[in-house]
Design a protein around this ligand. Sequence first.
Ligand code: WTA
Length: 648
Amino acid sequence: MKNIESKLTESRSYKPSESFEKKANITKEILFELNSQYKKNPDIFWGELAKKHIDWIEEFKTVCSGSAPFFRWFEEGKLNVSSNCLDRHINKNKKAIIHISEDNNKTVITYDELYVLVNNFSHSLKELGLVKGDRVIIYMPTIPEAITAMLACARLGVIHSIVFAGFSSESLKDRINDCNAKIVITVNAFKRNGKIIEAKNTVDHALSLGCPSIEKCIIYKNINENTKFNKDKDLWWHDILAKESIVVEPEIMSSEDLLFILYTSGSTGKPKGIVHSSAGYLLNCILTNKWVFDLKDDDLFWCTADIGWITGHSYVVYGPLATGSTILIYDGAPTYPKADRFWEIIEANKVTIFYTAPTAIRTLMKLGEHLPKKYNLNSLRLLGTVGEPINPKAWIWYQSNIGGKKCPIVDTWWQTETGANMIAPIPGATQTIPGTCTHPLPGIDVDIVDDDGNSINKRNQGGNLVIRKPWPSMLRGIWNDEERYKQTYWEKYNNKYYITGDTARLDNNGNIWIMGRSDDVVNVSGHRLGTMEIESAIVSHEYVAESAVVSYQHEIKGEAIHAFVTLKNNFTEYNNTEFAKELREWVKEKIGSIAKPERISFSDSLPKTRSGKIMRRLLRNLARGEDISGDTSTLENENILAQLKNIL
Ligand code: WTA
């Protein structure tokens, strides 16, 4: 822990403008009030917010119960999340979704229309025999039908699990089997960067690898493409959807009933199915959309995240729709067909709030500021970032070239597990500094502790970021793996804190700076990947004996992957660029494109301790071009370092 001393300093800071402050949902005074209410009594604080922001079928009797690591929120309360996102916003002629396709087709869907779509699709799912608690996999790009499918599941109490449509058939199969899903909903195909991606073929391949729980596959005809149709299993969305409007009574759900499972990478090979509840999750989604994104009735909110990630769940679907807002979704590549696609969409639709990832900002920054300059981006009033630390240079670029120096930037720290923003500026109240996500939100009690769990009082000294008190949208566990849940998030400090897995420091003004992960998880373009997962994909190739995967800083992606590989004795001749290329494709097939190693180095062996443990720390030094730091006395094969240095 002593090693994580920070050397970063940043002196630029920005106050919210007077005009923003005046109209903000949360002013300094309200923020002060919220923080003091929480301090006084967390139960009253959360209880009152839950009563105010959620439509209950039956009100809850207790606010928070249970003890670490198993907390329950708003028990005996009854609600339905889809009703909160739809039923309470109909008959107002309000737009819910503006969808732009990669081909630039625009579809506008009102809350009334979405209500009909969701009810009709719920009816179809019900007819197929789905009942509360069943699992459904959604393997679709970010299109209105994917949102319809999510809300239809929520209406019936069916647990959805979205698998990012860029994942391979192997990844899809693993997720289907882990949660024993009965139905998979997909599209025949979609376009990305002008290319046709045949999602249905990937599903077919996944099913052919063995998914015994799947009974049916529903296909939405997303583009005009011939698609293989299997009469026994496949159903067309348009065939099963009722032609006239059918109202499906929302299932009465308990607060703690599960809403969804979302798989994320951990530090072992197997992805974790993070589970979220209904009421608690919904509450933090609503609050953060109002507090951090300052969402108001006349806003148009564009969060560029795919629905396959948690950001898409909380800031494209559940949060914005529960607050009755209008969202823009774009299912296409940020730079297709032209590098100025994002800016063109903002101008044409008058987007007011824009939320994206640092990796996208860095990509667009590299393409030049003349591109956003061609457009009138004056409609924007607030910008956000998420997924990884944003470097001050990209922050400043974003602020001046996109925000016209007038938009506050909310750098939001959170995780799949936390369900919603945890540490972020309140745009009308917080002074922001490029590179820090500033302070915890009201009701979120974080600390930075050393390996023994003691608070680190010294400023600018790094430590483990933990959350001390439960909060409503916290994960309720890992699907089917209670042991792993306890071990990953709670054990190290004997259930005293929720362990985020991130390291962080406090600066002299009490701002929190995220420094990176403390485990074997890397963050490539804002997507979490377990190095073990990639290693096991690589070693599953028949030529490969061993592999170790580490990350290094990358200008655009934040972090990129460097794989060290040793080949089996009878395949050593393949230590060439040709095979490296094949191995990259192999990883793409096993996990998906995002996991492809940027660099691959072949060597005779890997640095190991005498007990046979690969010393990834040394490989990290090598990949990052650093001097070998720390102790190498336990190294069994010292000359391997020299060999590796030579080939890099
Ligand atoms: C990282 C994404 C720095 C962090 C919502 C976290 C960040 C992981 C930030 C979660 C931020 C997310 N600044 N780092 N503003 N936001 N991270 O589950 O390491 O895909 O633990 O959730 O991303 O990634 P996940």
